[in-house]
Write a protein that binds this ligand. Structure first.
Ligand SMILES: NC(=O)c1ccc[n+]([C@@H]2O[C@H](COP(=O)([O-])OP(=O)(O)OC[C@H]3O[C@@H](n4cnc5c(N)ncnc54)[C@H](O)[C@@H]3O)[C@@H](O)[C@H]2O)c1
Length: 304
C-alpha cells in the first residue's frame, strides 16, 4: 500500500519527536502527531510546528474517534518507565494497555487495517537466558510496564487470527540520543540512563549508578530506532511479528558512567524489576526489514 498520511502517537516524547524529524526529512508523507504532553514536551517538536507536512494535536489517544484517514500508525504513546509502573499501576494499565487497545478496536470497528507499528520493549525478556537474545527467547516480565507491553503484543497476535490486522512490534533495547531526558517529566528520575547521566554531568552533579553498576545494557541510538520504524512501515508484506531493535553489543552501566564522567559517580541501591543484562540478537531485523544499526555510542558521547 502506498503511504500518504500517517499518525504518530506520543509525538512530543523522546522517540516520537526524533521519529517525526526522521520522517519529515526522509518522506513527503502528511504527518499527524498526537500527544497529551503527560511526559513529553511541546519543546521537543517546537522546531517542526510550522512544517507544512506536520499537524500537531494536543489530546489523549483515547479521544481518537477514527483512524480511517491514516495509511500507517506509529504507536509510541505510553508511560515508559519501569519503577513508576509498580506504584501507579492503574494509570500505567490505562496508558500502556487500554490506549493501545482503543486504537486496535477502532481498526476492528471501522473494518480498516492500516499498518500498525507498535513500540514494544526488550523489558519483556526480563533477565534472558540466551545472550545475545533472539525474539524466540522466553517472555519473563519483571514489571507491570513490561507486562503491559507484552499484553499489547499478545492481543495483536490473538486478534490477528480473527481480523486482518497488519502489525509489527519493535522491541527497543536501551535508547539514547537527543531529547532523551526531559527535566519536566514527572517520572524523570527513571529516564533512560544515558540521558540522565549526561544531564547530571552538565549540571555538575555526581552520576548515580544503581546497584554495583555491573548490569549490562544494549544501547541503541534513537536515529536507528526511527529508521527501524520507517522500514517497518514501508515493508510491503503483512509481517505480524516482533523484531529486536538494539545495537547488538553491550556495555555495563558502570562502564558507561566512567565513559561519561571519569570518577564522578556514586552508587545507589539496586532497583527491583530491572534486568541484569540486555543484549539484542538483531539478525531477524537485518534479514527481514533490511535494518541495521548505524550509530556509534562513543561518537555520540564525544559530541555531547
Ligand atoms: N525510552 C526507553 O527506554 C524505551 C525503551 C523501550 C521501549 N520504549 C517505548 O517507546 C515509546 C516511546 O518512549 P519514549 O522514551 O519516547 O517516552 P516519552 O515519555 O518520552 O514519550 C511518550 C509520549 O507519549 C505521550 N503520551 C503518553 N500517554 C499518552 C496518551 N494516552 N495520549 C497521548 N499521548 C500520550 C507522552 O506525553 C510522551 O510525549 C513508548 O511506547 C515506550 O514504551 C521506550
Amino acid at each position: 500500500m502506498q503511504i500518504n498520511k500517517i499518525l504518530i502517537t506520543g509525538v512530543a516524547g523522546f522517540i516520537g519527536s526524533n521519529l517525526l524529524d526522521f520522517l519529515l526529512k526522509k518522506t513527503s508523507w502528511d504527518i499527524v502527531g498526537i500527544d497529551n504532553l503527560s511526559t513529553g514536551s511541546k519543546n521537543n517538536i517546537a522546531h517542526q510546528l510550522a512544517h507544512p507536512k506536520f499537524k500537531f494535536i494536543e489530546a489523549n489517544v483515547s479521544s481518537i474517534d477514527s483512524i480511517k484517514e491514516y495509511d500507517c500508525i506509529f504507536h509510541l504513546a505510553a508511560l515508559p518507565r519501569i519503577q513508576p509502573s509498580f506504584e501507579f499501576v492503574t494509570e500505567h494499565i490505562n496508558e500502556n494497555l487500554v490506549c493501545s487497545m482503543h486504537l486496535i478496536e477502532l481498526m476492528i470497528k471501522e473494518n480498516y487495517f492500516p499498518k500498525f507499528v507498535f513500540s514494544s520493549s526488550s523489558a519483556i525478556y526480563g533477565t534472558p537466558s540466551v545472550i545475545p537474545t533472539p525474539e524466540s527467547e522466553k517472555i519473563d516480565c519483571l514489571s507491570p510496564y513490561a507486562f503491559q507491553k507484552y499484553e499489547v503484543e499478545k492481543y495483536l497476535e490473538l486478534l490477528s487470527e480473527r481480523y486482518p490486522l497488519d502489525y509489527i512490534c519493535l522491541r527497543y533495547f536501551n535508547p539514547y540520543g537527543p531529547r532523551s531526558f526531559n527535566p519536566e517529566n514527572k517520572f524523570n528520575a527513571y529516564s533512560s540512563v544515558v540521558g540522565i547521566f549526561l544531564y547530571r554531568k552538565e549540571k555538575g552533579q555526581k552520576l548515580l549508578v544503581t546497584g554495583d553498576g555491573s548490569q549490562k545494557r544494549d544501547f541503541i541510538h534513537v536515529a536507528d530506532l526511527a529508521k527501524a520504524n520507517y522500514l517497518a512501515a514501508i515493508n510491503p508484506n503483512k509481517l505480524n511479528t516482533a523484531f529486536n531493535i538494539g545495537n547488538g553489543s553491550t556495555l555495563s552501566v558502570l562502564e558507561l558512567a566512567k565513559l561519561i564522567s571519569g570518577k564522578d559517580y556514586e552508587f545507589i541501591p539496586k532497583r527491583e524489576g530491572e534486568s541484569d543484562i540486555t543484549f539484542a540478537d538483531v539478525k531477524k531485523a537485518i534479514e527481514i526489514l533490511g535494518w541495521h544499526p548505524e550509530q556509534n555510542m562513543e561518537d555520540y558521547l564525544k559530541n555531547n
